[in-house]
Design a protein around this ligand. Sequence first.
Ligand code: NAI
Length: 326
Amino acid sequence: MKIAFFGTKPYDKIWFESKSKDYEVDISFFEASLNIDTAPLAAGHEGVCAFVNDDVSEPVVDKLAELGVKMILMRCAGYNNVDIKAAERHNIPVMRVPSYSPQAVAEFAMALLLSVNRKTYKAYVRTRDFNMNINGLMGHDLYGKTAGVIGTGKIGQAMISILKGFGMKILAYDKYPNKDLDVEYVELDRLFSESDIISLHCPLTHETKYIIDRKSLDIMKKGVYIINTSRGQLIRTEDLLEALLANKIGGVGLDVYEEEDGVFYEDNSNEIMQDEILARLVSLPNVLVTSHQGYFTEEAMKAIAITTLENVKMYEEGKELVNQVK
Ligand code: NAI
């Protein structure tokens, strides 16, 4: 089985290279991201392996089908960048890794919250220069505060446990509430208006796109903290920036961003940043942007490689494709 692996970074190879031997899968690692121009690299491969910012839209899927590709392997949980209908039309199963380490992402969401609240990133820069002044670094106790969690799936639940561990009251919202969870589900407006911190853990769909926009920001408490480790388009960034500039928001931690493509996962340090919204966000003292690294732990990377290769195996053996997206 030959797989074309797009958007390869050195850390992707660690587990995929060693584990592929066990599964007798031959992987061609391409540094290029998948898009209409790079799709021809998949010629001669039965599968392609793609990630969150690859372009797997209809024209790309059509091209892959024309090249004889038989399966699309997403080495991630989200699949909002894949045209599933186009793949189904060509009878190409799209498989994903539904769960690898929800804790990895939840722990990172908490790391973002703790950082923006207690400004450890600013303290680090100061003390490296032996500036031991703590003026401007004051935060808030999390204990006793209210956390609003949107999306109570695997990551949302892991986040709720962590937040409860800090002694926070939880308000939750999910389109499909989980009756087995010991948590108070409320309507979105109440969550927005009563939460001291809001953490997003729902997928990006047509319903959740811009779930945080001017309207929802308007009803939030002054000084609210917003954490997004899910998908950039859950937040209308322009509106978020406006609220930040109006001093409405206490702090923001973003591991994801609306316009990640071509910027995230790349070293742009020698370039002039063309994305003015991102440049402005990064310049604000109460905003911490990270480059979609919530999942990035050794445990998660290993699990991603194994599940992806298991997906190939199930296909090869004609078994039920349990991780197929339909
Ligand atoms: P999950 O599928 O276990 O949970 C998602 C939850 O969102 C479900 O409970 C579902 O009912 C709920 N939901 C669906 N539609 C909704 C709506 N319209 N409004 C509110 N809730 C809705 O997914 P999981 O594993 O918890 O992942 C959540 C998201 O985290 C993924 O969709 C992905 O975007 C993001 N993610 C980010 C990573 C990172 O590295 N930053 C890594 C992995 C996932």
